[in-house]
Design a protein around this ligand. Structure first.
Ligand code: ADP
Ligand code: MG
Length: 692
């Protein structure tokens, strides 16, 4: 249970005055619906209202605070004209203009002959000084009400900075006095203030330098965030490690037979990681290992050999993929091999229902099935194994730490191997997995030809079509990936359908379309046609739909490549790297092209090295967001910025280790305070593993 102290922060924002149903909706879309979400929403800019010049010598283009007398009201003659109010400060005149504002409210705020303080952006329009829609109009006696320094927040349509500033100020008053969860000596060395002071100060920048992520104030917050992250991961890891494991030292017979069936030899990188994995499996502890390998590096076979070691010892194994299509792809690789070596591998997904499902469940429970291949459905409670000893999670960045654990709890001290496709820089491994052991397949099978990658504007469509025609004539198959606009699947779909229709005019029945809204059955049918070569161009909307291994597919066209993240582009391109023929990737972009997009596309042209791409991605995005998707399971940090807080992460990592070494159940006063930190940063599930 969340500590009572934090209740005020986790109540709805509707408890604030001035936040109604509409406000709640807007604020929720902007930052969240809890008080704490407002508190986390830090300013990105600063308005300084201290500049109060005489009009005659005033600089234009900046915020000015003026003391003026109202001379004249000029109502608009046409609808397009603003309502104008001419004022003077005795040195010059300034026109204050309003569009679509009721005359009587203007008359009330700026009555003829009255003196007022007006603050807003002063501009010069045809030689006439002007402020349109001033931020503040107040009576001279109320000058105290004018904020000298005003934080500017990231906004969304429908919310003004003034409104947001007000609710955030209110939210800050709900902040309880929180205990210090950091080591006092460390805080002193760093010259940090308390969390409470830091968060309040972060909302009251005094200079624009105060907005930088590297300020002392924001660094304290970043550290709190990183410590919560590292501590949560360390707790999860300790919990898994504490559990005794089983020693799997198989005879090697099934593995040997499998290797003999393969048309290739393992790469030395594959052999190296298998050695590391098998060594873990032989230990009397539970394995919890991360396997990293670029697209096409051959992780599937490593997964199979890992599972076979457990099967050789009489246990069952499971491999879980993030999508149905990927699960089926594993099935297609694994099942035929298993048949030949005399063991059973079956598929179980959410779509398998009724009698078939019942039968699989029975055979799992009585141990007839040796290897289960599945999707999230494996989490479903009715699935129970006779003796699950090894779980491989083909992650592709879709699961969170807790899901990982919930599956492994199905096993009897099961070993867990997590596989990720996108190479992750060391810093991100740490933020996403903590100190998990990891193995890296740092080599792809030999003989693969590099992909010829070209970047071109979409206006060169004719050249693309001609190129494609040539390739198809040579017998190639092609993916055509259409843009991904997260918020609107409808628009995505329309664009893909339109492309499909226009390609159909040229390539006739050679074109097929798959998209997320299609029934699984229909999707499968189209995929099958593409695999068999009955269709030669596959138009697809999302990354997931092209997760299939079709060695003949050697061409990939990505439309609006500028909208994809580097990691996604790399993954997509990986799909055509599987064959041993030359392959072509065409990245089509449309203007406007941001500096970042341009740099991303160039990186794609320059390198195929996943690690290099990942590092570049990290640099371009500046951190947590590397995989481009929210559901990635990777943290997106609010305060920590991996470009400047890298060393802080390492400190937080060590700090977390030390904390758990000294106070494994977080029971000391500092431990209790750390529990609050964990709840504050939404690590509830982790803290709940402790029974209080
Ligand atoms: P990923 O790591 O992306 O999951 P896969 O396991 O799907 O890669 O392997 C990609 C392709 O490479 C498959 O067609 C697989 O059969 C092949 N492959 C795997 N290991 C080797 C190897 N040592 N030599 C040659 N081809 C290999
Ligand atoms: Mg794979």
């Amino acid at each position: 249970m969340r500590p009572q102290l934090l209740f005020p922060l986790f109540t709805s924002i509707t408890t604030l005055t001035g936040v109604g149903a509409k406000g709640e909706k807007l604020l929720n879309s902007l930052c969240g619906d809890k008080i704490i979400d407002l508190i986390w929403h830090l300013p990105s800019g600063l308005v300084n209202r201290s500049y109060s010049p005489q009009l005659i010598s005033a600089r234009t283009g900046c915020i000015c605070t003026l003391k003026v007398k109202v001379l004249e009201h000029i109502p608009p003659q046409t609808k397009k004209q603003p309502y104008r109010v001419v004022c003077t400060d005795g040195t010059d005149q300034v026109t204050i203009s309003f569009f679509k504002v009721y005359a009587d409210s203007i008359a009330k705020n700026l009555p003829l002959g009255a003196e007022r303080i007006v603050s807003g952006k002063l501009e010069s329009f045809n030689g006439i000084l002007q402020i349109s829609h001033p931020d503040y109009i107040i009576r001279p006696e109320d000058i105290d009400k004018l904020p000298q320094k005003e934080a500017v927040y990231p906004l969304t349509a429908g919310i003004t900075n003034k409104m947001l500033g007000k609710v955030i100020a209110q939210a800050l008053t709900r902040l309880p006095q929180l205990p210090e969860w950091l080591d006092n000596e460390f805080v002193r060395q760093q010259q940090w203030e308390t969390f409470n002071r830091a968060i309040v100060r972060a909302h009251h920048p005094q200079t624009s330098a105060d907005l930088e992520p590297g300020t002392r104030t924001r660094t304290r917050l970043a550290y709190d965030e990183l410590l919560a992250n590292q501590l949560a991961l360390a707790i999860v890891r300790e919990r898994v490690k504490k559990q005794a494991g089983r020693e799997f030292k198989g005879s090697g017979l099934l593995r040997k037979k499998t290797l003999e069936l393969l048309p290739f030899k393992l790469t030395s990188a594959q052999e190296k990681v298998l050695k590391e994995i098998h060594a873990d499996q032989a230990q009397p502890f539970r394995m919890l290992r991360l396997l990293q390998g670029d697209v096409g590096s051959g992780k599937t076979i490593v997964a199979l050999l890992t599972m076979l070691n457990a099967v050789e010892c009489g246990a069952q194994a499971a491999i879980m993929a993030p999508t149905e299509i990927l699960a089926k792809q594993h099935l297609e690789t694994i099942q035929p091999l298993c048949e030949k070596i005399g063991i059973r591998a079956e598929l179980l997904t959410g779509r398998i229902k009724g009698k078939t499902r019942q039968k699989i469940l029975e055979e799992l429970a009585n141990g007839e099935i040796d290897i289960l291949i599945g999707t999230h459905a494996l989490f479903v409670e009715d699935v129970s194994f006779k003796d699950l000893g090894c779980v491989v999670i083909d992650e592709q960045h879709r699961f969170g730490v807790h899901q990982r654990l919930s599956l492994s709890s199905k096993g009897n001290k099961a070993d867990v191997l997590i596989m990720t496709a996108t190479p992750i820089p060391r810093t991100l491994v740490l933020t996403a997995y903590g100190d998990m052991e990891y193995s890296k397949i740092d080599q792809v099978p030999e003989g693969r030809k590099p992909v010829d990658t070209r970047v071109m504007p979409i206006t060169k469509m004719n050249d693309v079509i001609c190129g494609l025609q040539r390739k198809l004539a040579e017998g190639a198959r092609a993916y055509w990936v259409c843009p991904l606009v997260e918020e609107s699947e409808k628009i995505d779909l329309a664009a893909a359908e339109e492309r499909f229709e226009s390609l159909k005019k040229i390539f006739r029945n050679d074109v097929g379309l798959v998209h997320g809204k299609m029934k699984e059955k229909d999707k499968d049918a189209v995929m099958e046609q593409f695999k068999k070569g009955e269709i030669k161009i596959l138009v697809a909307t999302t990354v997931i739909e092209v997760g299939v291994n079709v060695p003949e597919a050697t061409v990939m066209v990505i439309e609006h490549a500028e909208r994809f993240g580097l990691a996604q582009l790399h993954q997509l391109r990986g799909r055509i790297k599987r064959g041993f023929q030359a392959s072509n990737c065409m990245l089509l972009y449309a203007y406007p092209l941001s500096e970042t997009s341009r740099s991303r596309l160039n990186t794609m042209k320059e390198t195929e090295d996943g690690f290099e791409i990942a590092e570049k991605d990290l640099e371009l995005r500046g951190g947590g967001e590397i995989l481009g998707t929210r559901q990635s399971g990777f943290c997106e940090f609010r305060f920590a910025d991996m470009n400047i807080h890298k060393s802080l992460l390492l400190t937080a990592n060590r700090d977390a280790q030390m904390i758990l070494a000294n106070d494994p159940n977080l029971e000391t006063p500092r431990g209790q305070a750390l529990r609050i930190l964990l709840y504050l940063f939404n690590k509830d599930e982790t803290v709940q593993t402790y029974r209080s």
